[in-house]
Design a protein around this ligand. Structure first.
Ligand code: THU
Length: 126
């Protein structure tokens, strides 16, 4: 499956804006909702537990802009293996679009593709 080029480029660009002085690990996420692209980078805090992941930032922007679902998300890192969304992010993605495609890719262009549901089988909803 081919990665959507516009989301890939948007994820690379927003990654540069990460605030990650504690982990020194920058993450960029870009998702498509209707005809819009919403982006997010990870935002850390001196009180470590308050740090927010890139995927969560992108979802916050999507919802704050009036949208409630997305079709695909690209997550870009410069780790040796592409970083997969953490457990909390999986549940946050699941809330909005369990069937969305998730592309994780790194600077070596190692790409893995899933659906949100594949990453979080039996995610919580009521
Ligand atoms: N991080 C994300 O942005 N997304 C994930 O799915 C996992 C981890 C961030 C959080 C923290 O700022 C840094 O990566 C190291 O854990």
């Amino acid at each position: 499956m081919n990665i959507p080029k516009d989301l890939y480029e948007a994820a690379i660009a927003v990654r540069q804006k990460a605030h990650s002085p504690y982990s020194n690990f920058k993450v960029g996420a870009a998702l498509r909702s209707a005809n819009n692209i919403f982006v997010g980078a990870n935002v850390e805090n001196a009180s470590y537990g308050l740090s927010r992941c890139a995927e969560q930032s992108a979802i916050q922007t999507m919802v704050s802009s009036g949208y409630k679902d997305f079709t695909e998300i690209v997550i870009y890192t410069e780790a040796d293996t592409p970083a997969s969304p953490c457990g909390a992010c999986r549940q946050i993605l699941f809330e909005f679009s369990p069937d969305a495609k998730v592309f994780i890719i790194n600077h070596k262009k190692v790409l893995k593709t899933f659906t949100v549901k594949e990453l979080l089988p039996e995610g919580f909803s009521f």
